[in-house]
Design a protein around this ligand. Sequence first.
Ligand SMILES: *Cc1c(COP(=O)(O)O)cnc(C)c1O
Length: 383
Amino acid sequence: MSLATLLNDNQDSPALAPHDRARLSQLFKRLSERTEMFLGYPVAKDFACQDLSHFLSLPLNNLGDPFAPSTYQVDTREFEREVLEFAARLLRAEEHNWWGYVTNGGSEGNLYGLYLARELFPKAMVYFSEATHYSVSKNLHLLGMPHIMIRAQKSGEIDYEDLRETLRLHRDQVPILFANIGTTMTEGMDDLVKVRQIFKEMAIAESYIHCDAALCGFIAPFLNPRPAFDFADGADRISISGHKFIGSPIPCGLVLAKKRHVERIARSIAYIGNLDTTISGSRNGLTPLILWTAIRRLGEEGFRERVQLSLSLADYACRSLREIGVDAWRNPNALTVVFPSPSAKVRSKWQLASAEGASHLLTLPNVTREQIDHFVADVAAGH
Ligand SMILES: *Cc1c(COP(=O)(O)O)cnc(C)c1O
């Protein structure tokens, strides 16, 4: 069947009534306007869908494990595997010793990382810093895992002394560290080399590190110096969002793990008569294509340029705010600029996330200098 026939067939379905169509037009106009005033969330808005929109007419479903054969053949799992291969190379996973899948978002990857950790070490204790994303407490509650919150430094990075002291009190339990590779408010990063060193000093034989790299998974590999955050640095599992730095218009993400961990869990499930390696049954077949398209368009060099552009915008935003007397700051090589919260009106106009008197803006590649100038002028005018 040709593409034209497919699209024509779809036009045989009942038409939308004119007033319903008008409502959709109004919604589209309002959302387009709100997209222009968007500095507070780490979401790129520059993904172009032109190569993919016709796939919406197909019942795509990437049911089950991306690496296992399936009878459901309207799938994009071949492309999903290529996306995972790209990420595995970037995150220095050991060849032939990794596994992963495209998730519905960073939170699902984090949930899965903790689930896997619990299956491997049922009696373990989870440690995470107070700067950790809010979804993690909920996930730990869902999984019924004991956990301890560790202090964070002002940068958002974990307080290693507090971690060391707390570990000392729980030497009988395997530690699971939920590490942040870019915290939500300040983009602080925990250093896996320092964490592994602490484990070593304390003669901890078994441990597990999950990295929440929702924003920075596709940024950190291109930073200089390269942060200690990936498989070669000691991560056991990494979760990344696909709608943040890459800017998928549909929320998604990906998760990668060491293969032998997943094999252990798959075996334990096989024992009860099922081999099921992902959290959802039906899985989105469109989002792997979106990620694949972005990766093919950019290539590693394109990602590197995207990171450089974002960093120079962050530097520009930080300097511009400081020039009008705002006490703005950013972590080294961060896209996140933190400053005392401006008026409620400015926060709402620019959709700024705020906590404890601080707000932040993020300069993803679609942000322009004009938008930053406009925002800084609003802050200076106090409205
Ligand atoms: C955005 C974010 C998440 C959640 O990711 P989703 O893709 O929105 O589910 C988790 N952790 C951090 C640090 C984040 O910034």
